[in-house]
Design a protein around this ligand. Structure first.
Ligand code: PHE
Ligand code: CO
Length: 300
């Protein structure tokens, strides 16, 4: 365990991947340096927390909002991982571990497969309130952790980790296909409810702009979830999404992902990937996007 003294992430290198350059950090688990958070750090947490809580009323799924309250996260200060862990452990058996930032894929999968969720210990600076190109404490804690309290979603995350270890052994195409599934569910998923569409994806709930855009803008597509279709769909990491996939419930996700993916990877190998904004004849279209304002350069 290392104990950073300054509030500076321990960045190791930038690695060129199919998503462009991504920062790669030390793979070690670190103690949350809670007493080194500055007034600014707690202020950023408070500002973002209060802002998102207001935006998410009537937009985020009930499971998300209810579990966030149940965890005892409050705006007044950055939560201590230890306090959240006391609640998580007895609810679904998950545990948060502190990390410097994005992890290599296999390290990340191994954590999930063992019901450990890696949380970036540092928080963005006040001048980065609206946009940051990599996950920080606010995204990880506010966005991801509440749904780890939901038993079905908690199992999905663990199964995903096991699937990731397997895909990693199969090869880069399988890995890319599985990563798309994570992107369009865990990060950017929408869920249909009796009251209309709601957000459950962490990348959306931690973004004020995208929380409104994904539900209210006419620009993006909103399509019914279809596992193999999602696994073929490219995505962008630097703009709002062109397409959101809508699940009917977490049980649907579990049921769709329960089979062995090996035959799926074989089948997908013969099929081209699909551009992020494309709508197919076979799609269940909830809303066909106008495409207004879309960037026209390539998706990943
Ligand atoms: N069933 C998948 C496999 O065999 C694993 C998985 C579970 C993947 C849940 C994603 C989500 O690879
Ligand atoms: Co995330």
């Amino acid at each position: 365990m290392t104990n950073p003294i300054t509030a500076t992430p321990n960045r190791v290198e930038h690695q060129l991947t199919d998503k462009g350059y991504v920062p790669v950090y030390t793979t070690a688990v670190v103690e949350q340096p809670w007493s080194s958070y500055t007034g600014d750090d707690h202020g950023v947490w408070a500002t973002l927390f209060e802002r998102q809580q207001q935006v998410l009323v009537g937009r985020a799924s009930d499971e998300f909002l209810r579990n966030q309250r149940a965890m005892g996260m409050t705006p007044d200060r950055i939560p201590r991982f230890d306090d959240l862990n006391a609640v998580l452990r007895k609810t679904t058996g998950w545990e948060l571990v502190g990390v410097e930032g994005l992890l290599p894929e296999l390290t990340f999968f191994d954590h999930l497969a063992n019901r450990r969720f890696p949380v970036t210990w540092w928080i963005r600076k006040p001048e980065q309130l609206d946009y940051l190109s990599e996950p920080d404490l606010f995204h990880d804690l506010f966005g991801h952790v509440p749904l780890l309290m939901n038993p079905v979603f908690a199992d999905y995350m663990q199964a995903y980790g096991c699937g990731g270890v397997k895909a990693h052994g199969i090869g880069p195409d399988a890995l890319a296909q599985l990563t798309r599934l994570y992107w369009y569910t865990v990060e950017f998923g929408l869920i249909a409810t009796g009251e209309g569409l709601r957000i459950y994806g962490s990348g959306i709930v931690s973004s004020g702009g995208e929380s409104r855009y994904c539900l209210e803008s006419d620009a993006p597509n909103r399509l019914g979830f279809d596992l193999l279709r999602v696994m073929r769909t490219r995505y962008r990491i630097d703009t709002f999404q062109k397409t959101y996939f809508v699940i009917d419930g977490f049980e649907q996700l579990m049921a769709a992902t329960r089979p062995d993916f090996v035959p799926y990877y074989q089948q997908l190998a013969a099929q081209p990937s699909i551009p992020a904004g494309e709508v197919l004849d076979t799609d269940r279209v909830i809303h066909r996007g106008t495409g207004e304002g879309w960037a026209t350069d390539a998706d990943f």
